[in-house]
Every structure is written in structure tokens, then in C-alpha cells.
Design a protein around this ligand. Sequence first.
Ligand code: ADP
Ligand code: MG
Length: 389
Amino acid sequence: MSGTPARRAQPSHTTAVRGVTDFSAPAITFDRVTVGYGRGKGVTHALIDFNLRVGRGETVALLGPSGSGKSTALKALAGFVRPTSGSVRLGSRDVTDLPPAKRGIGVVVQSYALFPHMRVADNVAFGLRSQRVPRAQIGARVAEALDMVGMSAYGKRLPRELSGGQQQRIAIARALAIRPSVLLLDEPLAALDAQLRESMLGELAGLRAALPDTAMLYVTHDQSEALALADRIAVMRNSRLADIDTAENLWKRPPSSFTAEFLGGANLLPCTVTRVIGTSALVSIGGVPVTATAPQPDIGHVEWESDLPAFLCVRPHAVTLTAPGARGSFSARIVSTVWRGSTTRITLAVDDFEGVQVDADVSGHDQRGPGTVVGVQFPSDGSVLVPAT
Ligand code: ADP
Ligand code: MG
């Protein structure tokens, strides 16, 4: 059996509480993993010096743009590609040289990868058979896995007789059937339409709650999936880990402008730091003083110094529109408005900001037209300093 000897040998380890991770025995460890495709001058480094630990019961999202190395990291852990250097561990076991089937990992990919000629139940039983689980137990294990994804009634169907969402559920059931201590999901919702993606996201959140001991690595380029599912988010950029923290910290206090933009979209207004006292900063934007929130260096941020170039990160929902000339407001003109149902996205040209436009989300259907002159404010509790790196 694949088993998890590390876990059995150390039964005292507690499960990760949301946002609090026990690293005394991480379920997953990437230790300085580099992966190159090709050879010599033609080599592409898809993953460079990648370090990551995922605690037992923890869900980490690998979030980044297309081509940033997310799938390569997942494949290195699953055993589908071999690291050029570095190692991967499951518990305390180094699995770098182990064939994929011997790693006991559940893997779900975007394209489902079901066997088209096999019925659903046989697809789900596949991993159990290759692990030589006794025949008498297979039926019950398949039923249990199908039940977890709400597909108990579909065991006799062929994959082509199922919708895309149902096929993805079967792929998840197949991964769960082996009762893996580690579950890897690579853009599992990317092939589904928007509405189905939304409901599957809820189901995945439920599944995560039902598997409190399972470590999950969830690859996505979609920030809303990462925010919805992950205890921590690892942001990937150019084959490297760029930033890692709890979803909330990354969103509220992004450590880099890249993460600020990638996670949630943000206005990044070039500013210079005038002074910082505690978490309160005075900055200057185009010569105009603005107060803001300064993340503290002890949570991985730079030491703030005066005259330091930085960005003021203001989420569109935090931007406030006022009457023109209101106290503490910048004068601006509306460039465009897009109604999005519950909010309207207003793009503004601010007189004092050369070339930097500001997006504001205001509630309801705002019908002010292009050219309208307004005042714009950046409330200090919604404006966070981000190092200009
Ligand atoms: P992501 O999953 O973040 O979109 P990947 O890990 O799939 O990124 O790919 C990272 C980089 O490695 C990309 O530049 C991609 O083109 C390259 N790459 C991926 N797979 C291969 C392969 N089998 N051979 C050569 N290059 C590859
Ligand atoms: Mg990928």
C-alpha cells in the first residue's frame, strides 16, 4: 500500500487550523526544486529554486499567470517530471526518485483524463486496482468516493454520457478513492462554464472541509478560486515563487506590486514615503500629501524610509468619489464607466497624476458620463503602501 509512514510514526501531529499551519512535519516539501525542459542552449527553466511547505490538512493555492511554472511544480511533486536539482518530500519521505504510482498522491487535472472506454465505477477503481487493494474492498471504496462528489447514481455510465462538470466530479472521485494524504488539483475548473465553475467552487470548499487531514495543492490562474479555497496562496512569477502568505494578508497587505495587481486588481499609484509612524504613513503623490496604512517590516515587508519610492495600493472598491473640490480630494475627470450589475466601474483621469488612471467601483448603476468632473479620495484604511520593486 502506498500508506504514509511518516504520519503513522508521528501520530501526535495536529491538523492545520485555518491559517495556522503545523510545520513540524509538513505533508509536502519542495526543497530548492529546479526543473528544466530540453537540453543545452535550448533549455527552458520552468521552475527555479522553488521552496514550499504545505502542512497536513492545509490547502495552498499556486496562483500565477500562464507559463509561470505552476503545473511544472505540481508535476514535479506527482512524479510526472523529474527535477533537474532539488528534492520533493511527502511527510519525511523523499519521493524525488519514486515512480508516480508509488507516491500515493491524488491528482486531478483540467482535462479530466478519464479513460473513455471504462465505466465510471472502473475509472474510480483504477487507482485502487493498481495499488492492489483487495477486490472485496474495492466496491465499497468506489461507492464512498462517488458519494463524496454526489455521483453515486452514475457508476454504470461511460464518461461520454456525462456533462463536463460531472466528468470532473468523477476525476475528483478517482483521485479520492485511494484516500490520499495529498491531493493535487491543476486548474480543475478551467474547462467549465462560469456558472458551473461557481457551483463547483462551493463543492470543492465542502470537500476540503470533509477532508481535514488532506494537504491540497491547488493550481490556478484565477484569483477568486485561490481566495475561496486556500489557507495560503503562493504567487508564482517567471518560474519562481514570488510571494507566499495567507490569502487575507496577501490581499490586504500585498508585499509586491505584482501580487497586488494579480490578486484582485489594484490601483498602484506611484508615491514617495514622507514618514511612517507605526502602521500609519504619510506619503506624497504628485506633491500632494496622503495618509495611508504601512505594513510592518516584521511581516516580510521592506523597512520604510523617507523618500523611498513606493506604490499606494488602493482597491477600486476603496476609492471614494466626492463632489469636485471637496476637502482632501483630488480633482479628476471620468474617462469611462462600465455598469457591472451591482457596481459600476468608473475609470478616472486625476489631474495631478500624469498618465496614471484610477479605477473606482461604486455601487449601483452610476450614469455619469465621460468628462464629468469629480473629486476622488483614497481613504487611509483602504490605501496600503507597497514597495516599488
Ligand atoms: P503554468 O502551469 O504556470 O501555465 P507550466 O509549468 O506549464 O506553466 O510551464 C512553465 C514553462 O515551461 C512555460 O514556459 C512552458 O512553455 C514551459 N514548458 C512546460 N512544459 C514543457 C515541456 N514539456 N517542454 C518544454 N517546455 C515546457
Ligand atoms: Mg498549467
